[in-house]
Design a protein around this ligand. Structure first.
Ligand SMILES: [Zn+2]
Length: 463
């Protein structure tokens, strides 16, 4: 059996991963709030944890891994977008407009993440389907002295959980000193956070022992992971931006509701994404969605390849140059493995992935397989990483066939041998190089390969 090592954010060391039950390895990852298209940064955890899912399936068997990623479909941002539509004259009740908005966004999300080659998780629970479980968990927390109801709100009593802050490495007093915490009259302590809040008639709400209301965000993940994975499970993942307060609050809720259980044994956090060295932001004009890139003609497989080029624990920089290089590499590899039946993933690729998802190291191994001519191994190993799979290759097939251009260049050269006028050959060669084509001319013939920065659009005048 392959030994997997993972960096556990909870203990801050890389540990040998030993599942609670190897017949059912259980993973929970926080999913999106469904009110808009996913931006590029949202896609990073999807690709990171999809790669983990694939590795676990490879090691423990495809039927022995349960991967849960939720949809947050109750949220004030969703309400706000639905309300804006209603005010703009859209037909239907607010509930209907909210449902329309979340359904549409979930469809978009599936389309975009499928395009990145991400497998669908085993379960994709929607928060609104688990409100009953959330109410039950909140009730248990009140009973145990960990939460209190006041003015239609229920709050978690942070001081009742001595380990609060351990996951993110902060003390409660430091948090109060450093954070902009909301001081509300219904809070016993400024750090206490909302489990339940009241809804007026203009907002979605559910009946509860504390009146009509809706759940806070954090309780969702505690209730859904309990329902689908149990009180103790193996791995909990998400972006580093969720570590505090979201994950800290999940730990507090789940551990206080089930003090004998472990909740998540291993915590994994992916670092954030930047664009061309800068933080992605609407004001800098470098904010874009996955769909924006796909529509610009950047294939999903290329996005995935660029993501995998950086270890998940490091900030990752999206650049146009990396995308062009990734595209050239994938195009070349796709040409090499066309019609090749995959064998089995190479031990070196599996070992790299098993070493805390060293995806950059695994890609280096793929280059080695390509260079050594082990094409069946290349196809199988890349497939384990969600690359070079047959259903993802449409973009490469739709690409330009360089063979007719190579034939034309060869004919020009032959003519030049006779006329001793090499200017037409040099002109065509220069145009090809300008389009990012690697030109190899030898006695044996002319070979054209798409190089880094290959731009098919610039070949139009040549064909
Ligand atoms: Zn969560």
């Amino acid at each position: 059996m392959v030994t997997i090592r993972l960096h556990n954010s909870r203990t801050r060391v890389k540990e040998v991963f030993t599942p609670i039950d190897p017949d059912n390895v259980r993973v929970y990852v926080c999913g999106p709030t469904v009110y808009d298209r996913a931006h590029l940064g949202n896609a990073r955890p999807v690709v990171v944890f999809d790669t983990l899912f694939r590795l676990l399936r490879h090691v423990y068997g495809a039927g022995h891994v349960t991967y849960v990623r939720n949809f947050t479909d109750v949220d004030d941002k969703i309400n706000a977008t639905a309300l804006a539509r209603k005010e703009a004259g859209a037909a239907g009740s607010l509930e209907e407009l909210i449902a329309e908005r979340t359904e549409e966004t979930i469809r978009w999300y599936h389309d975009d993440m499928d395009a990145l080659g991400a497998l669908r998780p085993t379960h994709e629970p929607r928060a609104t389907a688990y409100v009953g479980q959330m109410i039950a968990m909140i009730g248990a927390l009140i009973e145990g002295g960990h939460a209190y109801a006041k003015e239609g709100h229920v709050l978690f009593r942070v001081r009742s959980f001595a380990e609060y802050g351990r996951l993110s490495g902060r003390s409660v007093d430091d948090m109060i000193a450093g954070a902009r915490v909301e001081v509300a009259p219904f809070k016993e302590d400024p750090m206490d956070f909302v489990l339940w809040k009241p809804s007026d008639d203009s907002l979605p709400g559910w009946e509860s022992p504390w009146g009509r209301g809706r759940p806070g965000w954090h309780i969702e993940c505690s209730a859904m992971s309990l329902a689908l994975l149990g009180a103790s499970f193996d791995i909990h993942g998400g972006g580093i931006d969720l570590q505090f307060p979201h994950h800290e609050n999940e730990v507090a809720q789940s551990c206080c509701a089930h003090p004998k259980a472990e909740f998540a044994r291993v915590w994994m956090h992916n670092e954030m994404l930047q664009v061309e060295g800068k933080k992605m932001s609407k004001s800098l004009g470098n904010f874009f969605t996955v769909r924006d890139l796909l529509e610009k003609g950047v294939p999903g497989e290329v996005i995935r390849f660029v993501f995998l080029g950086t270890h998940y624990g490091r900030p990752m920089d999206w650049t146009a140059e990396k995308a062009a290089q990734a595209e050239a590499t994938l195009r070349k590899w796709r040409g090499m493995v066309a019609g090749v039946a995959p064998s089995v993933p190479s031990d070196a690729v599996v070992a790299a992935l098993a070493d805390d998802l060293n995806t950059a190291g695994a890609i280096a191994e793929l280059h080695g397989l390509a260079a050594s001519g082990d094409l069946a191994g290349l196809k199988a190993s890349a497939g384990l990483m969600g690359l070079l799979e047959d259903h993802m290759g449409g973009w490469a097939e739709a690409g330009v066939d360089l063979a007719p251009l190579a034939a034309r260049l060869a004919a020009l050269r032959e003519a030049a041998m006779m006329s001793k006028d090499f200017a037409p050959v040099d002109a065509m060669k220069a145009a090809l190089v300008a389009a990012g084509v690697e030109v190899r001319m030898s006695k044996a013939g002319v070979e054209l390969l798409p190089g880094p920065g290959f731009d098919a659009g610039r070949l139009e005048g040549l064909s």
